[in-house]
Design a protein around this ligand. Structure first.
Ligand code: HEM
Ligand SMILES: [Cu+2]
Length: 554
């Protein structure tokens, strides 16, 4: 099939995947809005400005707001965006609709209903347990049940993708899976495996406990199951951003993907390595043998490797674009990227900050250095570079072509969009640097520092920079919503064609066939998980007394 021309695309009625994408995106954007408002409150608190009394009808405390912030940003904004975006791209890449359209819509409504159920206790201050919901903090049962329904929905998205892929495979037995579809499948298959920990925690521990069916719980077992999912969830957020970096951004930059086989290799490594390393979040937890923690530390360094492959491959691809546009030199070509395109600029700036986030991640992952930063403000400093920028700014960049495509109208306010993107970059650089620094000085995370009696005089200047950076981020977010809202409501020009998928310099047919097989990689993943987690989880599950009572500390 030849690619459609711009006018064909404009005249083509919206496909069902596009409408579904629009539905998921709507929920995602509402969540992001709530997420950035609560973020501003936190950042201003750190700068000594307490706005909580002003929002007290909605947000009862710093910790209530922090729960809303974490849940809306990293659980809702990301998940809903991804569940719309990857099926949408897959349908485009395979040039066929999703296998089960009705299932697709049922999934969306299941997830939205789950979210609504969880939102009731969250907003009502009956689930102020933050997005990690560690017991013995105990939330209302509707919080756990609602989030579990959202997770069940993601499995149905995965099922729909697999069925779609199988139907495509029947029609094309000898072809290599198109890269965007392959990557989307890997992301959802990886997530399905990884989310089993969370599902077990919910179904066997938290839901029965919150319903009063069992008397107590077990903090260590719950945390271990949580982090079984909680580390790989970061790849569930990141891989969709990588999908855009690999399959669309090179084309947006005017170049080609450097290597398709290398891209597949990196994703398969993520499939195998993402899950068996969650103990790096539990280095300080008693009750897990240090030998297993050390193994998880090594595996964490191993999963850094596919990220390095990504860095190399994506940079080389962008470079091919910049050189085609006349870029020269070792570094200077960077300036020749099409910086006037807000969609690409957002993604390249997201990549830049992500390199710093990746370097910081190595510190978090180190068994010994982790002790310096553990539970300090460094950690949110880090995660705003990763999920808060690499993922969020990339998704924003994607919406700069996606929203016009969905609504058929050109982006309104291209300059404003560029300003938004740069403000996020500058605001985040300031915010995140200040948070990292505060952490190194010993300031804790998850703390209303504005009310803490132990704040040290030397933290004060840095705390103000948190407020400055956070405010710039908030302004950037407002511009973002203005551009998106303006495009939907006021744009009168027709939308240009969406970016095509990038061709590859070294194409899929250069890749060994094993890179298009599933079984060996799934077996390898299962074996590694069994080794890394099996003994500890079996011991914890078979010896737990389940006697810890729940606490409501808020
Ligand atoms: C206007 C933009 C934002 C601002 C000003 C902001 C500010 C903050 C601050 C100050 C904290 C630290 C709270 C504490 O440790 O006590 C925090 C935590 C956090 N932020 Fe943001 N944030 C913003 C956007 C985002 C985005 C876009 C994401 C992810 C997509 C995100 C994810 C998180 C997470 C996961 C935490 C940790 C929550 C916890 O510890 O339970 N934030 N944010
Ligand atoms: Cu982790």
């Amino acid at each position: 099939m030849t690619p459609a021309t711009a006018s064909e695309l404009r005249d083509r009625p919206l496909g069902p995947e596009a409408r579904m994408m629009g539905a998921y995106l709507t929920v995602a954007l509402v969540a992001l809005f709530g997420g950035v408002v609560t973020g501003l409150l936190q950042a201003l608190d750190h700068a000594g400005i307490n706005l909580y009394p002003w929002v007290s009808p909605f947000i009862k405390s710093y910790y209530h707001g922090l729960t809303v912030h974490g849940v809306l940003n990293v659980l809702v904004w990301t998940t809903f965006f991804i569940c719309g975006f990857l099926p949408y791209l897959t349908a485009r890449a395979l040039e066929r609709p999703l296998a089960r359209r009705r299932l697709g819509w049922a999934t969306f409504w299941l997830m939205t209903a789950g979210l609504a159920l969880a939102a009731i206790p969250i907003m009502g201050n009956a689930a102020t347990v933050m997005f990690t919901f560690y017991p013995p903090l105990k939330a209302h049962w509707a919080f756990y049940v609602g989030l579990t329904l959202v997770v069940a929905g993601t499995w149905l998205v995965a099922l729909n993708l697999v069925l779609t892929y199988r139907a495509w495979r029947r029609d094309h037995p000898a072809r290599r899976t198109p890269l965007p579809a392959f990557m989307s499948l890997v992301a959802f298959v990886m997530w399905t495996i990884a989310s089993l920990g969370l599902a077990a925690e919910m179904l066997f521990l938290l839901i029965p406990w919150s319903l009063g069916l069992v008397a107590g719980t077990d903090a260590l077992l719950a945390r271990s199951l949580f982090w079984f999912t909680g580390h790989p969830i970061v790849y569930f957020w990141l891989l969709p951003a990588y999908v855009s970096w690999y399959t669309l951004a090179p084309r947006q930059a005017g170049g080609k993907l450097f290597s398709d086989p290398l891209a597949r290799t990196s994703f398969l490594l993520f499939l195998v390595l993402s899950t068996p390393l969650g103990f790096h979040h539990q280095y300080t937890d008693p009750g897990i043998h240090r030998g297993w923690k050390l193994l998880h530390a090594f595996l964490t360094f191993a999963v850094f490797f596919p990220s390095l492959l990504t860095f190399f491959n994506v940079t080389a691809s962008l470079e091919s674009g910049a050189r085609a546009r006349g870029g020269k030199g070792w570094i200077a070509w960077f300036g020749k990227l099409p910086w006037g395109d807000p969609s690409l600029a957002a993604q390249v700036l997201a990549m830049l900050l992500f390199t710093l986030g990746g370097a910081g991640g190595l510190i978090n992952a180190s068994y010994n250095l982790n002790l310096v930063v553990h539970n300090s403000a460094w950690i949110p400093g880090h995660l705003h570079l990763t999920v808060g920028t690499a993922v969020t700014l990339t998704f924003m960049g994607i919406t700069y072509w996606l929203v016009p495509t969905l609504c058929g109208r050109a982006l309104l306010g291209r300059r404003l969009a560029l300003a938004q993107v740069w403000l996020w970059f500058v605001g985040m650089a300031i915010f995140s640097h200040a948070m990292h620094q505060l952490g190194l000085m010993g300031a804790p995370r998850r703390t209303m520092l504005g009310a803490a009696p132990y704040v040290q005089p030397e933290w004060a200047a840095t705390m103000r920079w948190v407020g400055v950076g956070g405010s710039i981020l908030f302004v950037s977010s407002l511009l973002y919503f203005v551009v998106i809202g303006g495009t939907l409501l006021a744009s009168r020009r027709p939308a240009p064609a969406p970016p095509e998928f990038a061709e590859a310099l070294s194409g899929p047919d250069h890749s060994p066939l094993v890179l298009d097989r599933w079984r060996p990689w799934l077996v390898l993943a299962a074996v590694l998980i069994a080794i890394a987690y099996g003994p500890t989880l079996v011991r914890l599950a078979t010896t737990t007394p389940l006697i810890t009572p729940g606490l409501r500390v808020w």
